[in-house]
Design a protein around this ligand. Structure first.
Ligand SMILES: N[C@@H](CCC(=O)N[C@@H](CS)C(=O)NCC(=O)O)C(=O)O
Length: 290
């Protein structure tokens, strides 16, 4: 038995992203169960995770349901004491818990004006006073954490921790709505956009190719502001350099072209997630760089 994680749309559900970031970067195996938000399937999915009413929700290997992202983080931290979900040092841990809780319950202006959207960036968004006040507070907290505790790495407390999980969708919002922030925040945002788990999550969302009504602004769209993406495209037929799928080891049936080379996969989702961000997938990178 492993953990199960219920999520909504990868492109739009910021809390689902946090749920995933509690597993993938910490190397905790999980089976992801997803459904389109606001659909009958979403209700059915959550019925299986009762009494949760929102995503993310998880089931432990023992079958216990845990919901509310902060409760999930604490449960995982308690169950995996050898994994540093929180910083080791007590003062750092206390502050990490404080700012994660503040994120969990706060920053409503930013969250409602700038819903998470991992499809693209928007040009010309004008943040109002309340959004700017949220941003100022966030930058203040980030610089306190980085200055006091961040020496060992690029994350708020140096190494990746639950605090970074909580602020990941804030980082993507700053990037996709081009919100005005200082150098420290810009550097931290860039670290998030380059994080392999976030890149894979986004690629899976792009592969779904779904636009959630009401989540896109009526503003000109800009390309994804993360690390430059290699330009791959789906093609109808092979042959491909590889006879077996880099992910499953099964015979290839679906193909993409990259740099004039053809690669094959065992299903359209694996092909499309690779088209979305080829370098996000170590098993593909291995055959591409061979
Ligand atoms: N406080 C909750 C927030 C969860 C939340 O708002 N989830 C949204 C998705 S981003 C949701 O499930 N929305 C579906 C709905 O409102 O029906 C947590 O920490 O997990």
């Amino acid at each position: 038995m492993t953990y199960e994680l219920a999520i909504g749309d990868r492109t739009y559900s910021s809390w689902s992203l946090r749920g995933w970031l509690l597993f993938d970067p910490f190397n905790i195996p999980v089976r992801v169960c997803s459904a389109r938000m606001y659909s009958p399937e979403f209700k059915a999915l959550l019925a299986d995770f009762a009494p949760a009413r929102l995503v993310p929700a998880m089931k432990t290997p023992a079958g216990d349901v845990v919901y509310e992202t902060l409760a999930m983080a604490e449960t995982l931290a308690e169950t995996h004491p050898d994994t540093d979900f929180w910083p080791q040092e007590p003062a750092a841990r206390a502050f990490a818990r404080s700012i994660s809780a503040e994120m969990h319950s706060g920053f409503g202006a930013l969250r409602s004006a700038c819903t998470m959207n991992l499809r693209c960036a928007f040009q010309g968004f004008q943040p109002d006073v309340a959004v700017l006040a949220d941003l100022a507070r966030i930058e203040f907290l980030w610089s306190l954490a980085r200055d006091r505790f961040g020496a060992s790495g690029p994350w708020l407390f140096g190494d990746w921790s639950v605090a970074d999980v909580f602020f990941a969708p804030v980082a993507t919002r700053i990037a996709t709505y081009q919100l005005p922030v200082g150098k420290l925040a810009q550097t931290y945002v860039a670290a998030h956009l380059g994080h392999p788990s976030l890149r894979r999550w986004r690629a899976l969302g792009v592969a779904e190719n779904y636009i959630q009504p009401g989540y896109d602004l009526d503003l000109p769209e800009l390309p994804w502001p993360g690390p430059a993406l290699l330009t791959a495209k789906p093609i109808a037929a092979g042959p491909s350099e590889n006879a077996i799928c880099p992910y499953s080891g099964r015979p290839v049936t679906d193909f993409l072209e990259l740099d004039g080379r053809v690669f094959g996969f065992c299903n359209p989702t694996c092909r499309d997630k690779t088209v979305a961000d080829p370098m996000a997938w170590p098993a593909f990178v291995k055959i591409y760089q061979k």
